[in-house]
Design a binder for this molecule. Structure first.
Ligand code: ZN
Length: 133
């Protein structure tokens, strides 16, 4: 398995309109645009930073994973995404190593990327996303 870089940091916010002000107005990052991923009940907004990006996540439904996260933990870093060379290969390697996965197979996330989540129990509490673009 080849991990290429930290692709993005996923940050849960109540509102992208409110949440993006810090990143655009204070840190003066470029707002790349937003996209709703219906299957995950989330709207995402990306802010490139060098080789990585900040991803803000706003829930589109009260029963979505981001709504549940906000309820439990409030706003903050929700996941860290690593870009891998080949996500299918990475997942089967992790499975072989006995790593608990949320997604056994990649699904399609924002920007058409192939993504899969590892279980936080396998990573000492960090929700890790793998992505391939
Ligand atoms: Zn993500």
């Amino acid at each position: 398995m080849k991990v290429l870089k930290i692709d993005h940091l996923g940050i849960a916010v109540k509102s992208i309109d409110e949440g993006k002000k810090f990143w655009t107005d204070v840190l003066e990052l470029e707002f790349e645009g937003s996209e709703t991923v219906e299957s995950q009940k989330v709207t995402t907004a990306f802010f490139p930073v060098g080789e990585s990006e900040v991803e803000l996540l706003e829930s589109t439904a009260p029963d979505g994973p981001i709504a549940k996260y906000l309820e439990k933990k409030g706003e903050g870093i929700q996941h860290i995404a690593f870009r891998v060379e080949n996500i299918e290969e990475a997942l089967s390697e992790l499975k072989e190593k006995g790593v608990k996965l949320i997604d056994e197979k990649p699904r399609i996330g924002a920007g058409g990327a192939k993504i899969a989540f590892l279980h936080p129990k396998a990573t000492h509490g960090v929700l890790v996303e793998l992505c391939e673009r």
